[in-house]
Structures are given as C-alpha cells and as structure tokens.
Design a protein around this ligand. Structure first.
Ligand SMILES: Cc1ncc(COP(=O)(O)O)c(C=O)c1O
Length: 386
C-alpha cells in the first residue's frame, strides 16, 4: 500500500531523444551559447506565435532581465518609486528585481477560486505612478488577461506575464504569455518543459528583444537583432550581466518543445479527474480553471471549518510518501525577505495569507494518475471522518 501511494512532487518527461541531443552537443564541442540557442528561440517563438523569444539560464533570470530592460526601454522608462501592481502570491524572483530597481510594490490579493490576481483590487490600486502590472499565471491557470490588457491599454500601463508555471495554457484560444508586452517561462526540472535549468522571454517588441539580449550578455550589442555593428562587436551600451544558457539546455529544449502538447494533454487529464473529485469536497477548496489550465501541480486549500486539521493532514501525507509543498512561493508577506521591499500597503491580502497558511500542492505528472488521485482523495478524507 505504501509503495503504491508514493507520490513525488516533481518529475521530468525525458527519454532517449533528450539524452541523444546532449550527446550531439558534446560531440560538436560547441557548448556556449550559439546556433542551438538561436534555433530553439526561433522554434519557441513560432510555436507561441510571437515575434521574438530570448533564452536565459533560468526563469528567474528571464524575470530579472525583463524588468531591468524596462528601465532602459524608451517607451517604459521604469525607475525608482514607480508603482508596480503585483499579486501577493507568487514566486520570490517575481519580486526580487524590484528591490534592485527600487520600484514600489503595490500588493494585490488573489482570487480564491483561480489563485490569480484579483481584478477589482487591481482597478482600485491604479494611481498616476502605476507603470507596470505583473500578472502571474499561477499553477497553470491563466489570469484574467483579457481584462488586464484592457485596463493596461486604457491607462497606458505595461503588462508583463510571469508565465513560469503556466506554459501551454490558453485563454480565448491564445496562449498565456502572449497577452502582455512580454512574459517569462521557466524550464526548471518539473516545469512543463525541462532543460535542466533554463528560461525564456517572449515578446513582439524589437527594442525590448534587443535590450534583453544586451542584458543577457555583458551589456554589449553583439547579439542584438538588426542593429549589429560588426566593427563595434565589443560595444558595451548598458550595464548588463551574463545570464546566458548553454547549447545543451537549448538542444534539450528543442526536443521538449516537440512533446509540449502531449505533456499538457496528460496533465490536463489529471487535472480534470482531480476537479471532478474535489470540486464538491466538504473539506478542500481547489483551483477552478479560467480558460484552458495547463495544470502545473494540484493545489488543495483547507476550508476554514477544517483548518485545524492541517498538521494531522501533513503528517498523513508524509507517512504515505506523498510529497507536498506550499502553493507557489506562498504569500510574500510571510517571508523574511518581505522587509527589503518598498511596499505601498493599500489592500487586504486575506486570501493570499490564508492560502499561504492552509494551502499545499501535490505533483501532477505527465502520466495518467487518475487512480492515484482517487486513492489520495480517500486517504485525505479519512482524517476528517472519524
Ligand atoms: C511563478 C514563478 N516565477 C519564476 C520562477 C523562477 O523560475 P526558475 O526556477 O527557472 O528560476 C518560478 C519557479 O518555479 C515560478 O514558479
């Protein structure tokens, strides 16, 4: 029984194809960023119907590079004290860049059903200083991107999507990650696609694409699109870094992209089975999809009446080898790093804080796990029925 129930949090969907692609790179001798990265970027941009894709060594680097690029972008000019509207429930590196930029964070609560940014609070939070809205498509679920885009267009605010957890999700038949001016993706182990470490930014904006390439590589112009000046290869134009991926990451990415549809399809089947069982649960709130959810992991939030069962539930999961974790990174307000940020406190963050305390996720793997979900459901219910 114990072995049967063993359920890990993370896995990746690799086979011999990924291994062969690594071997080919090793054989070629070209490890540092070159043609494979370029090819993967082209294929990735095409898949998502975007003009440009810029690859990074992680989703966090993709976020850092994009927010830093916004400081140098002629139409955005993000600077200290500008206000950034951002959900309180996200990942640490969705926020970290703003510490360095010295922008002010306006934290907004999440909707308890979708776990995404609450639109009513977004509208209430807009001021003359609002420069940017960050939508985090959490756990595979699209934010209300259509409404957010309307708001941003009307108020001339830039929209960015942290899509690191939601690759392959769709809203109105359009992929998440293609609604905002730019979006980030993570290819870390266990994400929809895994390239060991890796990340990508999608955008249709050429100026942003070039800034991203400059920040990715030393601040030089060498890799930029269309504005390359051969004589000035080592022309450092902005304060950049080195956030480059390797050819190995890109070669794996090319293989993973071919499987993305299948991976999302399998995860969605599991999501639908989970939804069928738990949407009527007396004990848990779960995630309700907005559009087509690509289901990163499966979340559970104890209903208020049953929150005292948290410790017992965790014990039961551990005893049965079911790995669990906090929902995304939890609420920013609950972590020690919160003290470093300049925060404009105007909203109640009750849902984010409650989800931080009483929510958890279990793995959703690209393999059919409908029976396992049924067994886990019976097991979890057993602690309430005594
Ligand atoms: C919402 C979100 N943003 C950013 C990241 C960072 O991605 P990476 O782990 O590739 O740095 C993650 C990682 O899980 C994430 O969940």
């Amino acid at each position: 029984m114990l072995n049967k129930l063993k359920h890990v949090l993370s896995s990746q969907y690799w086979d011999q194809k990924e291994i062969n692609s690594i071997k080919k790179v090793i054989k070629s001798g070209q490890f540092t960023m070159s043609k494979k990265v370029n090819l993967f970027e082209k294929k990735f941009a095409k898949y998502f119907n975007s003009k440009y894709a810029v690859m990074f060594n992680s989703g966090s680097s993709a976020n850092f590079a994009t927010f830093f690029s916004f400081m140098f972008h002629s139409k955005i000019n993000l600077k200290a004290n500008d206000e950034v509207i951002i959900p309180a429930l996200a990942w640490s590196t969705t926020y970290s860049p703003f510490y360095y930029i010295k922008a002010k964070l306006v934290l907004v609560d999440v909707d308890k059903k979708t776990l995404n940014i609450d639109i009513k609070q977004v509208i209430k939070s807009i001021s003359k200083k609002t420069k940017l809205i960050v939508a985090v498509n959490l756990l595979g679920n699209p934010s209300d991107l259509i409404e957010l885009k309307k708001i941003c267009n009307k108020k001339k605010i830039t929209l960015f999507e942290d899509n690191c957890e939601s690759l392959g999700a769709k809203l109105n038949n359009k992929y998440t990650g293609t609604f905002g001016l730019a979006s980030s993706t993570s290819f870390f182990y266990s994400h929809h696609m895994s390239t060991i470490e890796g990340g990508m930014v999608l955008t249709n904006n050429l100026e942003l694409c070039n800034l991203l390439k400059q920040i990715r590589a030393h601040g030089w112009t060498r890799d930029t699109t269309k504005i390359v000046n051969k004589k000035k290869e080592y022309n450092f134009v902005i304060p950049g870094m080195n956030l480059r991926p390797t050819e190995i990451n890109a070669a794996i990415g090319i293989e993973q992209l071919k499987k993305l549809k299948k991976i999302v399809g399998l995860k969605r089947k599991n999501y639908l089975a989970y939804y069928k069982i738990f949407s009527t649960s007396k004990y848990f709130d779960i995630i309700h999809e907005n559009g087509i959810n690509s289901s990163f992991v499966l979340p559970f939030i104890l209903k208020t009446k049953y929150k005292s069962y948290l410790q017992e539930l965790r014990k039961l999961l551990r005893k049965n080898n079911i790995e669990y974790r906090i929902i995304a990174g939890g609420s920013i307000t609950k972590h020690p790093f919160y003290k470093y940020f300049d925060i404009k406190k105007i909203n109640k963050l009750d849902n984010s804080n409650y989800i931080h305390n009483y929510g958890f996720v279990i793995g959703n793997h690209p393999e059919l796990m409908i029976n396992k979900i049924k067994i886990i459901s019976k097991l979890m219910d057993s602690i309430f029925i005594k």
